[in-house]
Design a protein around this ligand. Structure first.
Ligand SMILES: *[C@@H]1O[C@H](CO)[C@@H](O)[C@H](O)[C@H]1NC(C)=O
Ligand SMILES: *[C@@H]1O[C@H](CO)[C@@H](O)[C@H](O)[C@H]1NC(C)=O
Length: 259
């Protein structure tokens, strides 16, 4: 028995040193997802044969029946990479067609860092009827933003990004959360298709008893981005994505996708 355990441990150790979670690998997997959305097919996705989960709007779902079941013309896609969590985040807008979409998708890979294998695709899929939904307006606003990599001295730490992401989602339950965030003076907030500028104006200060739950993070220091997928329970169990860009320690952009 002891020997068998040792053997299994050894086998595990041998397989886990073979891969490394790189930015290039994460972005390549994210781009395979963008291509799959454009094709309306999962064929080009390297889904894990042993441990793959598809989530759409906070529920386990059949990948062949959700947004990937039809080709979508893509107007805009943008991805971030989290080499620590071995995950990526992609925002995707398809504004034409009978069913327009704004997608907020996190992709996760096995713990050994093998980005050529996908273990989770986790999508918040907003479409007609979702909160402030107007894909053309969202496209117009988002395409004007500058998401180029930050110079080293402008980059926030992982800790700061996590802290701002959490504080943002805590504003509905904690009246002190809004003031714990440094707001840039020219910061822009795009909620669905609704623009607020500066974004630090008119913030919630507590009032709800229900904390926003099910938080999943993708943090990219190079682009200054934190994306949190969650269940927006403060306002009633809504599948939600909040992405924040921080430049030089201050919030520059906020995007929300809420179903
Ligand atoms: C995704 O965005 C990249 C960078 O803007 C672009 O080069 C690429 O063509 C886009 N992919 C699709 C399928 O539209
Ligand atoms: C399966 O993948 C998930 C991520 O989707 C991970 O959290 C979990 O640990 C994996 N399980 C096994 C047995 O590898």
């Amino acid at each position: 028995m002891v020997r068998l355990t040792h053997l299994l441990a050894l086998a595990g150790a041998t397989t886990s040193v073979s891969a490394e979670c790189t930015r290039e690998g994460l972005l390549a997997a994210a781009s395979s997802y963008v291509a799959a959305i454009a094709a309306g097919s999962t064929l080009g996705l390297k889904l894990s044969a042993t441990n793959f989960t598809y989530m759409e709007n906070n529920k386990k779902a059949d990948i062949a029946r959700g947004v990937l079941s039809q080709p979508l013309k893509i107007d805009l896609n943008r991805s971030t990479a989290d080499t620590t969590a071995c995950a990526s985040y992609t925002m995707l807008i398809s504004s034409g067609g009978t069913k327009p979409y704004v997608l907020a998708t996190q992709i996760r890979h096995p713990a050994d860092g093998d980005t050529s294998t996908i273990s989770l695709i986790d999508t918040i899929a907003a479409t007609t009827g979702s909160l402030f939904f107007n894909a053309k307006k969202t496209l117009d606003l988002i395409s004007k933003e500058n998401w180029s990599p930050l110079a080293a001295e402008q980059r926030p730490s992982r800790e700061l990004l996590k802290k701002f992401g959490d504080a943002y989602l805590d504003m509905w339950t904690d009246k002190t959360a809004a003031d714990s965030i440094s707001w840039g003076t020219d910061c822009e907030r795009v909620e669905g298709s609704q623009l607020t500028r500066p974004c630090g104006a008119s913030l919630p200060r507590g009032g709800s008893a229900k904390n926003n739950g099910m938080r999943r993070y993708v943090i990219d220091e190079t682009l200054g981005s934190v994306d949190v997928l969650c269940s927006f329970d403060s306002l009633g169990n809504l599948p939600d994505s909040h992405e924040i860009r921080v430049e030089g320690g201050k919030v520059k952009y906020v995007h929300t996708v809420t179903v």
